[in-house]
Design a protein around this ligand. Sequence first.
Ligand code: IFM
Length: 481
Amino acid sequence: MTDTVATSADPVRFPDGFLWGAATAAYQIEGAASADGRGVSIWDTFSRRPGAVHNGDTGDVACDHYHRMDGDLDLLAELGVSAYRFSIAWPRVQPTGKGPAHQPGLDFYRRLVDGLRARGISPVATLYHWDLPQPLEDAGGWGVRETAERFADYAALAGQALGDGVDMWITLNEPWCSSWLGYGSGRHAPGVTDVGRAGAANHHLLLGHGMALPALRAEGAARVGITLNLAPVRAATDHPDDVAAAQRVDGNQNRLFTEPLLEGRYPTDMLEHYARHRPGFSVVADGDLDLISAPMDFLGVNYYFPAFVVARGREAEALRAGFCVAPREADAVADDLGVTAVHRSEQPRTLMGWEVDAPAMRDLLTGLSASYRLPPVYVTENGASFSDYQGPDGVVHDGERSAYLDTHLRAVRSAMTAGVDIRGYFVWSLLDNFEWGHGYSKRFGLVWVDYPSGGRLPKDSFRWYQTVVATNELPAPPAAS
Ligand code: IFM
């Protein structure tokens, strides 16, 4: 069963042609926030709100990738990956979120795409990794339909300018975060706490994807898909209230995205749940779901950890069942769902507090494939933050990260053996970077970034992944350091 495969010490081979990649996102690495006419995004605004981001950090400078792009592309070449997933900052291409393309912004991404191709690396571009132009937020953000229309215009401009160089287009990254963290719990930009607007944002994001798909294809885009952050959701006990709570969280986190995209309908239980919130899903118009469910060329899946929940009020039972319960934080989305997130007390966790559970990744992938007719799947993000440090020898010995990647790649391979059509895997992330509300306090990179100087230092995990990519094989698992 899953555990034996995921933790086996045997070398594991991947099929020829499996796409090995690394991923980043614009706001998290680029910096140069006002260079060359870039407009203001919701993350520029939100990160300046007192208390919104750890330490008051912002993406103003980040990894300064905007000025260090060539060196970063050389690192990718040294890593040996066949693909690089980056995101395009909408406010560089349309500083106000509408109107003609801003040439200096496009020029930057042209150089990026050409630089990748020159190094034999396939460009995979995400159009929206959370940096909505602020003027569009001021006009209603993802709570209004017009934003979906503007997104399709932007997609067409990007497709026109870069379509001949980009091999795969990802319309949205993790629309759950944009809608439910951005407009529901308020933990992400724009920091709104309104469940009704979160529901509307959920729909308008998917509609934006549905409208962008034909816009990109009209510009000759090669392959187009979307990236979802999905998680297996489990009840901490088999009490019916906890089982029902897990069902609601699964609906919110997973099914509100997979069902419209892959089956052309929203899940009835969730429509009923959100019916009392306005505008919520009352914004769905005739024909929207046809657009949203148009066939995609691939599905991107980001996996980090499984979720465990109990019904609100049953925390003591969770403790008795061997779980720990985080101190209660106000969260409009969890409050509304009537759930409390819990963690298995014995399970290892990353610095983010996320449980490390590779077999759950296999379960997620095989479960998806059993439930839906899937297009080819790419794991577009997977990775972990640990307490990295530069040792006295000047090296970052992050054996925990290599071990994490190893077990999760074994889970991916195992899901492939079980019949899931998985074509590639992207490590999150190439570089340490701005981890949203956590600022620079959490490092996910294969490459250490020395923020004061901007210096780059490949970690041990970089060398480990380099070997995996070069041999198309996982060696015997490294010992955690
Ligand atoms: O850093 C993020 C990324 O932007 C989206 N997916 C999850 C990563 C780790 O939290």
